[in-house]
Design a protein around this ligand. Structure first.
Ligand SMILES: CC(C)(COP(=O)(O)OP(=O)(O)OC[C@H]1O[C@@H](n2cnc3c(N)ncnc32)[C@H](O)[C@@H]1OP(=O)(O)O)[C@@H](O)C(=O)NCCC(=O)NCCS
Length: 162
């Protein structure tokens, strides 16, 4: 079910340059353990959610990781929302602090959208932290519905039809 896709890309910004490999992995891949650690560090601990506290959808989801020199420095998870896997939710989007602002989040989302197009996904939904809405708008996601609170943070519903 899980196929590996290798996309070597350069990220270049702020005069730093690094080579990033975007991989799609399953939870059996050793890189998944690094993904879990990254999510604890960047997403969960800063808002007081216990480590490993948002893994309830992990086993049935697609995981995308950004790898630099064998280190996972970014990740995003795609959760199927129906049996046909035509509607999905993008969750757990994170880039390591030292690597933010270098285009790695953009590489991850672009790879994820390409995967969705190749696999007949018709709709991607996001519960976006309100301060990240503009990031997702860059890819064509739009806000819908009312603002809501999740894990103590103001969120907005976003979606994109493919
Ligand atoms: C949000 C996050 C994933 C973005 O990843 P990143 O690698 O830093 O973003 P990129 O460098 O790829 O940015 C791509 C573009 O988005 C813009 N952007 C990045 N974060 C943004 C934000 N929070 N708001 C608005 N624009 C943003 C960048 O300016 C850049 O624009 P440009 O291409 O016109 O120069 C990352 O900052 C992060 O992990 N933040 C903490 C965790 C988090 O909030 N996750 C999202 C949960 S919903």
């Amino acid at each position: 079910m899980f196929q590996r896709k290798r996309t070597w890309k350069f990220c270049q910004k702020n005069s730093s340059r690094c080579m990033i490999n975007i991989k799609r992995i399953s939870t059996k891949n050793p890189l998944y353990q690094q993904e879990r650690a990254l999510r604890n560090r960047i997403l969960l601990r800063p808002i007081g959610v216990p480590d490993f506290g948002w893994e309830m959808y992990d086993s049935g989801s697609w995981h995308f990781v950004a790898v630099n020199e064998n280190n996972v420095i970014g990740c995003v998870v795609l959760v199927p929302l129906n049996d046909q896997k035509s509607k999905v939710q993008l969750i757990q989007m994170a880039v390591d602090t030292d690597f933010q602002g270098k285009g790695i989040g953009k590489l991850l989302v672009e790879d994820l959208i390409g995967f969705c197009k190749d696999n007949s996904v018709k709709e991607i939904e996001i519960h976006s932290r309100s301060d990240v809405v503009e990031f997702y708008k860059l890819f064509g996601f739009t806000v819908f519905g009312n603002a809501f609170e999740e894990v103590g943070i103001l969120h907005r519903y976003m979606r994109m039809y493919l």
